[in-house]
Design a binder for this molecule. Sequence first.
Ligand SMILES: Nc1ncnc2c1ncn2[C@@H]1O[C@H](COP(=O)(O)OP(=O)(O)O)[C@@H](O)[C@H]1O
Length: 186
Amino acid sequence: MELSQLIHDVKDSLTPHRFHHVEGVVQASIDLAKQYGVNAEQAEIAAWLHDIAREWSWEKLRVASQTIEVPPGFATIPTLLHGPIGAHIGKTHYGIDDELILDAVRYHTTGRPDMTALDMVLFVADAIEPGRDYAGVDQIRQAARRSLEWAVRLSIDNTIRFLVDAGKPLFPLTVLTRNDLIMRSE
Ligand SMILES: Nc1ncnc2c1ncn2[C@@H]1O[C@H](COP(=O)(O)OP(=O)(O)O)[C@@H](O)[C@H]1O
């Protein structure tokens, strides 16, 4: 695959602000990968790809989701489709056939039970890249120095609180992810 072409297209697909976020996620992913013994090349590719469809309209996401395989339920909350659709674009446009990379992209917003180390690297990098500024982010940054699992869990707790307070729907897979992390830590 041509990484420079992917980066070029990601830049074209996003506002400068979100492209800057993606650059932050790439650096944070590489750093976390090195820290936790994860393949940094896979982490970098997943990070460049993860938000490629983030600025698609709901209608465009919905239409695309009808022609490709999307994990169950994702279409009920259209924003979440940018993960599975990003993975699909990675496979079809850039020839990325590494399922570890594609899964990390697919589930980067929702998480999933039995997350791989690469899934967790991207999930946490997305939450803590230097451009992120929200209540609780420093606690997640600190957690990421000690444990990927713990950082994912804190980030999920934060997202759940945010969604509940905002009166927004919560995707059940994220609850299953949280339960799985708690069971694994006991
Ligand atoms: N687990 C979830 N269940 C339902 N909606 C979610 C979940 N996680 C995120 N969202 C929604 O999807 C939107 C995009 O999430 P995300 O891609 O993490 O945000 P960002 O654009 O800041 O990277 C959030 O603003 C939120 O409304």
